[in-house]
Design a protein around this ligand. Structure first.
Ligand SMILES: Nc1ncnc2c1ncn2[C@@H]1O[C@H](COP(=O)(O)OP(=O)(O)OP(=O)(O)O)[C@@H](O)[C@H]1O
Ligand SMILES: [Mg+2]
Length: 234
């Protein structure tokens, strides 16, 4: 795998951050989160890269659509085999990336563990229905067996009014595993679909979806800093 050449200037060196997005269930919002948060990161001055480990190449294909519709080549989004993850990370770091987001398929498998292994933080986007609650429990159990729970944070996705009970149940599943739930969730908004269809991220349009992504970005950075501090103090 070779990363696409980027015209982004190599910025002053920041400590690289590596964020993985996982959930054993498909459709939870991993790819939507990864794409939108990477664009948010880029707009904040990060040199963001996305490593797409899903055989469907949803993120990489979307970046081709983005290039076609908008001429934008960034963030760099490349697909690769999970076995090549470490090399992919080295490549994008060598090219100057300081924010690497890893998108994974919706399944409880080795790819999830490889992504969790190399990441500073493991973000688990989840919807809130009973099906999602059960998938979240399975995902946390799986990550627990691999001793990765201390890196995890749950990110509520596609929330809507009237879900208070379901959200409380998601929180209680997370609590069973002592895993925090990000203080802000991402709402169920058509803008996430419509902006992506135009090759844009939510933060490149104004509105609620943009605010949701900015707030989620802040939350993830805060949780990552906490996780890094805790790991450093061991
Ligand atoms: N917050 C949201 N509001 C509205 N639609 C959303 C939201 N998040 C995701 N979607 C939509 O839900 C669908 C699934 O999202 P996405 O592809 O990001 O999930 P995924 O976890 O990557 O799934 P998979 O495991 O199959 O790759 C997409 O059609 C996406 O546009
Ligand atoms: Mg996906």
């Amino acid at each position: 795998m070779r990363a696409k050449k980027s015209s982004q200037p190599v910025k002053a060196k920041r400590t690289p951050q590596i964020w993985a997005f996982v959930n054993g269930k498909g459709g939870a919002g991993k790819t939507t989160s990864v794409i939108n948060l990477s664009i948010a990161g880029q707009r904040r001055g990060h040199y963001a890269s996305v490593l797409d480990l899903d055989i469907l190449k949803s993120a990489e294909r979307w970046s081709e659509l983005r290039a076609e519709l908008t001429g934008e080549e960034e963030p760099v989004i490349v697909h690769g085999a999970p076995d090549k993850l470490k090399e992919m990370i080295d490549t994008v770091l060598d090219e100057g990336s300081d924010l690497v987001l890893i998108d994974t398929p919706g399944s409880l498998d080795r790819t999830m563990l490889l992504a969790a292994q190399v990441s500073d933080i493991v973000v688990i986007p989840t919807r809130t229905s009973v099906l999602d609650q059960n998938a979240l429990r399975d995902t946390l159990e799986f990550l627990g067996l691999a001793e990765k729970l201390s890196k995890c944070v749950v990110l509520l996705n596609a929330t809507a009014k009237g879900q208070a009970n379901d959200i409380a149940k998601v929180r209680s599943v997370a609590k069973e595993f002592d895993v925090p739930v990000a203080g802000v969730g991402i709402e169920d908004l058509p803008a996430f679909g419509t902006t992506l269809a135009k090759g844009r991220g939510a933060v490149e349009a104004r509105g609620k979806a943009a605010k949701n992504i900015e707030a989620a970005f802040d939350e993830i950075e805060t949780h990552r800093a906490r996780i890094m501090r805790a790991a450093g103090s061991k």
